[in-house]
Design a protein around this ligand. Structure first.
Ligand code: NAP
Length: 341
């Protein structure tokens, strides 16, 4: 007994993680299809570490009828073409691109935060997965918001190159190697050298001087958690392969001590508190790779505002930021709405 599941973008960073996570979590699968562009047609791809090989199918010729769930990770342009076709054929699309996130009739879901919003999926048969930086932040913020009502958040991100797809990871690897051997390190995917550098620019610039990545953190947090919460973000690309980090300053309506916040976070779904206030007593991105949790460290009171806290938050951007959250949405959809074949 299980569902007929399609992974679209199965050859990409997020798609491969989706296959790993479906296998790791023993998602009930009756049949599984791996789909990507014509470039990958016929390639073999492993279903997690099960040893089972899947032949990649060309999305252009894929017949979506009879499939229950499609996990999409193919970018906005291709999603615009294929998601409506899949949804119209009766296959519920769980999409990782930014295309549908702010559509009012498409639910934007982080299962630990707003699971009940999934019930609105029937309007379009599409569910959106948030931006990677938003997903991990709201997992950490929601239990604190429930306890003391967040008024304002100031977040600075330290985002890994895998957030820019396979090409981003290749660029960091090649530039690092070229610099070591004295070869030129020309930027291609990123706007400036990423190896041994940081770049305060992710996605395109908007008229107000913020970038689209920063705007996404603002509007997605409001849609998922609470429209009254004010957010201001600075998003920065750093030379880390996998794992996004965030320094988050939070202002609450009510008083919340660091100790009480730690207690709440220790019990919160999806959160792992590692906060020892000693050398190495916090989590860094390399330690969160391949993990499910959103790690929170360095919880402390901010003496410069009333009811302020500061914390450090780290998660695997390919997992909670994309593939894991999408699979959790599929699990939620199954529990609440779908019948197993
Ligand atoms: N990386 C992250 O942290 C993250 C987080 C949240 C959301 N996302 C979103 O997830 C999506 C995928 O990101 P990624 O990091 O996995 O990128 P990626 O590593 O570059 O992989 C892109 C995938 O999309 C497929 N694809 C590209 N154009 C296509 C087309 N016209 N038709 C069908 N398939 C096509 C590719 O297939 P081929 O191999 O055949 O080219 C590949 O499987 C993007 O929308 C991204 O914004 C990524």
């Amino acid at each position: 007994m299980g569902y007929r599941v399609v992974v679209a973008g199965a050859t990409g960073n997020v798609g491969r993680e989706m296959l790993n996570i479906l296998a790791e979590r023993e998602f009930p699968i009756a049949e599984l299809a791996a789909v990507a562009s014509a470039r990958s047609q016929g390639d073999q791809i492993e279903f997690g570490e099960t040893g089972k090989m899947l032949k990649v199918q060309n999305i252009e010729h894929f017949d979506w009828s009879g499939w229950d769930i499609a996990l999409f990770a193919i970018g906005s342009d291709a999603t615009k073409i294929y998601a409506p076709i899949a949804a119209a054929a009766g296959c519920t699309v769980i999409d990782n691109s930014s295309l549908y996130r702010m559509e009012p009739d498409v639910p934007l879901i982080v299962p630990e935060v707003n699971p009940e919003a999934i019930d609105g999926y029937k309007a379009r048969n599409i569910i959106a997965n948030p931006n990677c930086s938003t997903a991990q932040m709201v997992v950490a913020l929601k239990p604190l918001h429930d306890a003391a009502t967040i008024k304002r958040v100031v977040v600075s991100t330290y985002q890994s190159v895998s957030g820019a797809g396979k090409a981003g990871m290749d660029e960091l690897f090649e530039q690092s190697r070229n610099i070591f051997v004295g070869d030129p390190a020309e930027p291609k995917k990123f706007t400036k050298q990423i190896a041994f550098n940081v770049i305060p620019h992710i996605d395109k610039f908007l008229d107000d001087g913020f970038t689209k990545e920063e705007w996404k953190m603002v509007v997605e947090t409001k849609k998922i958690m609470d429209p009254k919460v004010k957010v201001t973000a600075t998003c920065v690309r750093v030379p880390v392969f996998v794992g996004h980090s965030e320094a988050i300053n939070i202002e609450f309506e009510k008083e919340l001590s660091a100790e009480d916040a730690q207690k709440i976070l220790r019990e919160a779904p999806g959160v792992m508190l590692v906060d020892k206030r000693e050398d190495g007593g916090y989590v860094t991105p390399v330690e969160c790779v391949g993990e499910f949790a959103t790690y929170v460290s360095r919880v402390r009171e901010d003496p410069t505002v009333d009811n302020g806290l500061v914390l450090w938050c780290v998660s695997d951007n390919l997992r909670k930021g994309a593939a894991l959250n999408a699979v959790q949405i599929a699990e939620l959809l199954g529990r609440r709405h779908l019948k197993k074949a």
